[in-house]
Design a protein around this ligand. Sequence first.
Ligand SMILES: Nc1ncnc2c1ncn2[C@@H]1O[C@H](COP(=O)(O)OP(=O)(O)OP(=O)(O)O)[C@@H](O)[C@H]1O
Ligand code: SF4
Ligand SMILES: [Mg+2]
Length: 331
Amino acid sequence: MPTEAPVLEVQDLSLRFKGAPANIVDGLSFAVRPGETLCIVGESGCGKSVTALSLMGLLPRGVARVMSGTATFAGQDLLALPERALADLRGDRISMIFQEPMTSLNPSYRIGDQISEIVLRHRPVNRVQARARALEMLERVKIPAASSRLDDYPHELSGGMRQRVMIAMALANDPVLLIADEPTTALDVTIQAQIIDLIEDLQKESGTALIMITHDLGVVAEIADRVCVMYAGRAVEEGPVAAIFDDPQHPYTIGLMSSVPSVGPRSGRLATIGGMVPAIDNMPSGCRFTPRCPFAGTGCETTPALVELGPSHRAACHYAPLERAFAEAAG
Ligand SMILES: Nc1ncnc2c1ncn2[C@@H]1O[C@H](COP(=O)(O)OP(=O)(O)OP(=O)(O)O)[C@@H](O)[C@H]1O
Ligand code: SF4
Ligand SMILES: [Mg+2]
């Protein structure tokens, strides 16, 4: 269990879109330590990307507001930093990889120049040194015949190769934190596995802390040290990967695990999770999982706090630990 101080510690983060009646992200806390991989999982629309964008200062300020919280990185609160200071961190100490590389790569610049630019922006190097670094990075992300690819434009590369270029750019300045938001969803399955392996290898080599946002529990099982399970903008469970897979304690996590046959927990507790994530204008007061929860009962109309269930394993359910609730219900 890592004991070093977190690279990033998010506390009580709440975000709200302009005019919305409730917070899209609500009281979210998590931390990631040096060299650690934290996977953030949860259904579509639960606020994973919005969270990542807010940390990077990339949520348009007129569109969404930070309602509360801090995100402490190297002694500074990212949420309170002026844009200029955040721009200095982005691509340098903190990098992000998005789902679709074409949204981040400039189609009209050669890839070698794009990597060189990010090195020149943050490092005291000249153009020749920056280009050498670009080549070195293309080699590290295993782009075949890298030197002949430096002058390619993004459209000359396959989707998988473009995502490798994104990874090369993201790691070019040796960030201490890498945030990857569904980096493989847009790719073929075999390519997905290669990219995940690559990210894992590079992260191990460099000791970068990694926040991996994903829907894919197979990826979580492969790379996570810790897992934060989000539901409707809140963390409902978090803990070491083994605890989340082998001893999930929140009804939503149990449902998530049961929907993946190969990694399902003890058989047959819950089948699939019926229903959908509530819309922002229809958020239940209290526990946001209430409308879908087979265990919902007395007390669920108030918001459950995350409570400690084991070594750094916490769940936000009034009935956790569920075994005890079952035993009590059985009399
Ligand atoms: N500019 C916006 N204005 C209003 N609502 C928005 C805006 N951008 C996103 N949303 C809403 O915020 C919610 C959270 O979106 P977000 O993209 O963070 O989800 P996610 O967990 O990343 O989902 P996915 O797994 O599909 O990527 C969604 O319901 C989305 O419709
Ligand atoms: S607090 Fe209630 S509704 Fe929420 S997950 Fe627990 S049992 Fe279900
Ligand atoms: Mg997303």
